[in-house]
Structure formats: structure tokens, C-alpha cells
Design a protein around this ligand. Structure first.
Ligand SMILES: [Zn+2]
Length: 141
């Protein structure tokens, strides 16, 4: 992912905020320009939730490496199968090959996956992601 203003990289930053109302600490993740190319870049930071929302809206236009996405899907499927065998008995094995859809799986990872899983999956993206003024756009290589 690159900054749409100066072309530097985009990095994630963790911030903690203590709420005045109840003293609880909340964790926020922001994405922003590393300012490697322009120390005074004015590109604003963006909340992770907003970033994910925009990525999901862009899934239809994303050009992903199907092989990598499918591999991830199969790994997760095997993990669930092992869990089922251990705790719920064997049961029937349904044909997951037919139910695989990379766009649906990508949406699942973006909404329910860990940060690590999201990062890995976005690594299979062939487009470049550009962040500018809190808007993400796709760029074809
Ligand atoms: Zn920048």
C-alpha cells in the first residue's frame, strides 16, 4: 500500500486511548504515510475499521492470486476438519472444493480474520493499493 500524495509506504500504528467516562483503555489501529519520501506529507491517517470497509467494497475489482487464496482457504478448512474430528466425531465430509469462492473468502478474512491473516491475504493482491485523503483506490500494475 502506498501514499497517494508522496508515494511513500503506508504503515499501521497502534494507539491506546483511555476513556474518561469509565477509565477503560481502547485500542485503535491507524494507517498512515511513513513520510519516507516527504517529511511533511499531509495525507491524513485512517482508522483500520474504515480501511477494511473500503477494501470489502473494492473486492469485486481486486485482482488476486487465486492459488494463494485457495491455499489459505484449504489450510483453514483442514484446521476446522481436525477440530471437528477431535471434538465432534467424524461426521460427513462435504465437498468444500465446490463451495470455494475467493471473493467471499476474502470478505470473511477481512471481517473476521486476524491482522496477520489480513496482511497475508492482501499479499496475494496483484493490484497496488493507494491511500489518499482517507480513500483507498486500486492501481493496476
Ligand atoms: Zn505521503
Amino acid at each position: 500500500m502506498n501514499c497517494g500524495l508522496c508515494g511513500s509506504g503506508i504503515t499501521a500504528q497502534e494507539k491506546f486511548k483511555t476513556l474518561k467516562s469509565n477509565g477503560l483503555t481502547v485500542r485503535y489501529v491507524y494507517y498512515g504515510c511513513t513520510r519516507g519520501k516527504d517529511l511533511h506529507c499531509k495525507n491524513p491517517n485512517m482508522r483500520e475499521e474504515e480501511l477494511v470497509k473500503q477494501l470489502i467494497a473494492l473486492i469485486g475489482e481486486m485482482d488476486m492470486d487465486e492459488k494463494i487464496v485457495r491455499k489459505k482457504f484449504n489450510e483453514e478448512y483442514q484446521r476446522v476438519r481436525k477440530f471437528q474430528k477431535s471434538f465432534l466425531g467424524t461426521g460427513k465430509i462435504d465437498s468444500h472444493e465446490q463451495s470455494f469462492n475467493s471473493k467471499i473468502y476474502t470478505t470473511h478474512i477481512l471481517t473476521k480474520g486476524t491482522t496477520e491473516e489480513k496482511r497475508e491475504l492482501l499479499g496475494s493482491l496483484k493490484n497496488k493499493l493507494i491511500l489518499r485523503d482517507k480513500k483507498i483506490s486500486l492501481q493496476n500494475n
